[in-house]
Ligand binder design. Structure first.
Ligand code: FMN
Length: 65
């Protein structure tokens, strides 16, 4: 929902799970039962941004045995 809200406001948003949860908890003074599981980077895109990075076609990366 926060990402959809950001997009609706004309902002770009990207999820990130590659972070140090303990450091985030300390920085934001979180309680012991508050566990950060994902960060969302939000900001205005630049002209150089593209809507989505190139993706390989599904049949190039997935086969059913
Ligand atoms: C749940 C989730 C977690 C992600 N965590 C990271 C991350 O920690 N670091 C990172 O560089 N990209 C992360 N990504 C990927 C980026 O958010 C983004 O999807 C990727 O750079 C591709 O961008 P695009 O979808 O605009 O092409 C994550 C994506 C998802 C769905």
């Amino acid at each position: 929902m926060p990402m959809l809200t950001a997009h609706a406001m004309g902002l770009g948003a990207g999820p990130m799970i590659g972070f140090d949860p303990a450091a985030v908890a300390e920085r934001f003074d979180l309680a012991k039962n508050e566990i950060p599981v994902m960060l969302i980077a939000v900001g205005y895109g630049t002209k150089e941004n593209w809507p989505q990075k190139p993706r390989r076609a599904l049949d190039e990366v997935l086969t059913f045995a």
